[in-house]
Ligand binder design. Structure first.
Ligand code: ADP
Length: 433
């Protein structure tokens, strides 16, 4: 029905009832009584309107749908429509609050910082990562100008020049940050911050690695080229000299080959395309073979002993062969003749471990922490003399990481070193599975 009719018809009916009632009283009790009755009825109606108006006024102070008063007459309809509007409002507000909470949660999970500012750079909101990146505190700094909070000359220039199409890289609070200001909605700006410290470090490592590898390859190449030039310029060299040149060239060729092989091994160990392929490793057989090769390398100059007390493990035989061989050959290369090298495979409370103890030259404390870095050498000339590539311990470290183990190094200068490859207890092989 037409809402106007819903309002007017009952109102008119009520007035009609008053008039009829007053007419009846007039007919039975005279004009004065009829007028008095009409006045009383109108007063009651007016009072009722005022009563509900007052209730509406009180409800408006705290307009919760649950507290909506019940009405009478036209007020029933007014209150029920207000109730519906309020309910809708409350539902929208709840949806908005939920959406805002979800937005805040998503923003706090973002790996990047987000700062929302007004058109004149006053801080409105930022996520926790932005607080860490830029040293902001939302509660403390809200409403303050961002250029007063981030006092970095490059950031100031970026804002003043307004070249926002490009991000800005700056070092702030020990971090390499990439910040990008994006204007939106005409009256708002958003500042996105990205921590590039780690990617910068990896980039630097990659650059260093390429520089080191090129340097390592250039040295033997220069030697080989030098001898080849001599051979071309002096075709009638004495046989003995020629033989010695060929021997040196072959050594340098071997050195390059070792280097390339170690680099390939390292890159394979680091690559996620080559996950560890586990199998049963027959540790005793593996170590016995390594000792035979070590004896050949030492040429009887060292006293090498092997004790195997530990169990077989789950791992990759070829990777472990490479790691253990590196540790054993290092022990031979850095231990003078007549020195002792003890190899031991045993089970401990932490898990199985392979230890290589030598009575060699030892390593001073400041070098120990850096030994597993690529191309790090304590004594460059000694490493090269013995065909070292500087990558052996980096390979051992990566193999151990892939086996959830670690490499522990202890050493005393002039007394010797102990390298321990420690495996987790869970790596022990069980025959029933
Ligand atoms: P390299 O090919 O130079 O031996 P590694 O990565 O195997 O490279 O070893 C890094 C450095 O650690 C070596 O250059 C050497 O100075 C030191 N080192 C490794 N093993 C021993 C050892 N058993 N005794 C003394 N120094 C060692």
């Amino acid at each position: 029905m037409n809402p106007q009719l819903i309002f007017w018809v009952p109102a008119m009916l009520r007035l009609l009832l008053v008039v009829i009632g007053a007419g009846v009283v007039w007919a039975f009790f005279g004009a004065a009584a009829g007028l008095a009755a009409a006045l009383l009825a109108v007063t009651v109606l007016v009072f009722l309107q005022l009563y509900y108006l007052n209730r509406l006024d009180r409800w408006l102070d705290n307009p919760e749908s649950e507290k909506m008063p019940d009405g009478w007459g036209a007020w029933t309809d007014v209150f029920s429509r207000l109730y519906k509007m309020r309910r809708n409002d409350e539902r929208h507000q709840a949806e908005l609050a939920e959406w805002l909470a979800r937005f805040r949660q998503a923003m706090s999970l973002l790996p990047d910082g987000v700062v929302i500012m007004d058109d004149v750079l006053f801080l409105e909101w930022c996520n926790p990562i932005a607080q860490t990146h830029l040293g902001l505190d939302l509660e403390r700094d809200k409403g303050m100008r961002v250029t007063n909070l981030i006092r970095h000359p490059d950031f100031m220039d970026y804002i003043i020049l307004g070249r926002y199409e490009q991000p800005l890289t700056l070092t702030l609070r020990g971090r390499k940050l990439v910040v990008h200001l994006i204007p939106f909605e005409n009256r708002r700006q958003i500042l996105v911050t990205h921590d590039a410290t780690e990617s910068e470090r990896i980039d630097m490592m990659r650059r260093d690695f390429i520089a080191n590898a090129s340097h390592e390859l250039r040295t033997p190449l220069t030697v080989i080229n030098g001898f080849l030039e001599i051979a071309c310029a002096q075709p009638n060299l004495e046989v003995a000299t020629r033989q010695s040149h060929l021997k040196l060239m072959s050594e340098q060729g071997q050195r390059m080959q070792n280097l390339v092989e170690d680099m390939l091994t390292l890159s394979r160990l680091e690559s996620t395309d080559f996950p560890l392929r586990r199998e049963k490793v027959h540790v005793k057989a593996l170590l016995e073979q390594i000792v035979r090769e070590a004896d050949a390398l030492s040429g009887g100059k060292h006293k090498i002993s092997l004790t195997v007390d530990g169990p077989d493990i789950q791992g990759n035989t070829e990777e472990l062969r490479s790691a253990f061989t590196n540790l054993v050959t290092n022990a031979i290369r850095y231990t003078p003749a007549q020195g002792k090298i003890d190899l031991q495979w045993q089970n401990t409370a932490q898990g199985p471990q392979f230890s290589v103890r030598d009575s060699g030259i030892g390593i001073s404390r400041e070098h120990i922490v850096r030994l597993t870095e690529r191309f790090y050498r304590v004594d460059k000339s000694r490493s090269r003399e013995t065909q070292g590539t500087g990558l052996g311990l980096a390979i051992v470290k990566h193999v151990m990481l892939r086996h959830q183990g670690k490499l522990v190094i202890e050493s005393t200068v002039n007394e010797g070193s102990t390298f321990v490859a420690q495996f987790p207890a869970s790596s022990v092989h069980c025959d029933n599975g």
